[in-house]
Design a protein around this ligand. Structure first.
Ligand SMILES: Cc1ncc(COP(=O)(O)O)c(C=O)c1O
Length: 382
């Protein structure tokens, strides 16, 4: 039996991409006719545009967001900035890719609780998580909200730590932290950043794609080489690398999508504003919108009574999702002998509480402003 069609879909990529189809088709045909099926002008154009957006000197197109994170960390290891067993502090409530990348590079993720208000890494907990083996902090701009503050920045500087942004969910978000010099855009805040262009992201490919941004020339060269069999020139392999290059068809499609990033962000912001203004139920905790910088990859509310709430949404045909109901440290891969791969300095009480309460409402091009108002009214009946 197929599930009944929702009146208010959570997400339908066909609907999201429909306005761009003629341009996407042209882009695909352009690559097909060019005969350049690896690298080439579309990838270069996308890299240049992404670097300009983030205010970095380099952007390197890669295969997906997980690989982008892995490549940054592997490059730091290859360059001698980190070594096997070194520790990276990361928010425990992230998508598992952030944690897997650290493990895959032979490093140890140190999981700390988020700030319950923002769901982002609680930077006041960093000091108690640090050890002589700490070599980096991975702020994840979760749900499109910038994870960046003075404490994080000065802590990294004082302890010589690399900041690796997981910017899979926050392309185009801008930090309003006062006194910030250089780039203010996520992807240009730390030492390096990873992007995902998974189809559901704010800018999505028609398949997998990702990117690394950095203004560190040495790191950029290493990431580019490692992503291409470890070679700095043809048939000359200076690292034991992998094949993690961005596909030019995806780059061509992303060049189309990047033109519309501002429109997509504005749409998400106006839907978030409608939810914030219209959802008045005392059983729902709305997401933090303190500094207006969020690009709303997800609109995540929290409720104590999630089972009844999802039943209420189902009854009224409202699509929903959960980001994320099971945090990485509770996944089977980190149970038993897998538990040795991660470090948990303090109980992850907030992470587990948020995981039990979180619920994502529709916030994409599938949702109109009228839909958002109607959804809010239905939520208020709960
Ligand atoms: C926070 C976060 N990090 C990393 C990734 C990994 O990106 P990808 O799915 O492109 O490998 C994702 C995407 O799903 C993500 O949400």
């Amino acid at each position: 039996m197929t599930a009944p069609t929702k009146k208010y879909e959570f997400l339908n990529l066909g609907t999201v991409d429909a306005p761009y189809l003629p341009q996407i088709e042209d882009a695909v045909v352009r690559v097909l006719r060019s005969g350049r099926y690896i690298g080439g002008p579309e990838v270069e154009m996308f890299e240049n545009r992404l670097a300009a957006l983030c205010g970095t000197t380099h952007a390197i197109g890669v295969s997906n967001g997980l690989d982008a994170l892995r490549l940054i960390l592997k490059a730091y290891v290859a360059l001698g900035h980190m070594e096997q067993g070194d520790e990276i502090i990361v928010g425990a409530n992230t998508f598992i890719a952030s944690v897997l990348a650290i493990v895959d590079a032979g490093l140890t993720p140190v999981l700390v609780d988020p700030d319950p208000l923002t769901s982002n890494l609680d930077t006041s907990l960093i000091a108690s998580a640090i050890t002589p083996r700490t070599k980096g902090i991975m702020p994840v701009h979760l749900y499109g909200r910038v994870c960046w503050d003075d404490e994080l920045r000065s802590f990294a500087i004082d302890h010589g730590l690399k900041i690796i942004e997981d910017n899979a969910q926050a392309i185009g978000a801008v930090s309003h932290l006062p006194g910030l010099s250089g780039s203010h855009c996520t992807g240009g805040l730390g030492d390096a950043a990873a992007f995902s262009f998974y189809p559901t992201k704010n800018i999505g490919a028609i398949g997998d794609a990702g990117a690394v941004t950095t203004s560190d020339n040495e790191l950029a060269d290493a990431v580019r080489a490692i992503a291409n069999y470890g070679s700095d020139r043809r048939y000359h392999n200076i690292y034991c690398g992998c094949n993690c290059r961005m596909d030019p068809v995806q780059a061509a499609i992303l060049n189309v999508k990047l033109d519309h990033l501002d429109i997509e962000t504005a749409r998400r912001r106006s839907l978030a504003k409608i939810y914030a203004a219209h959802i008045t139920s005392s059983k729902i905790r709305l997401p933090f919108d303190g500094n207006k910088e969020c690009v709303w990859h997800q609109y995540v509310i929290h409720t104590n009574d999630r089972n009844s709430f999802t039943a209420h949404l189902d009854k009224h045909g409202i699509g929903w999702d959960m980001h994320y109901a099971t945090p990485p440290h509770l996944q089977p891969c980190f149970k038993g002998s897998g538990a040795k791969k991660i470090k948990i300095p303090q109980p992850l009480t907030i992470t587990e509480l948020l995981a039990s309460q979180c619920l994502s409402l529709p916030i994409s091009a599938c949702t109109t402003e009228t839909d958002a108002k109607e959804i809010s009214e239905i939520i208020n009946l709960f």
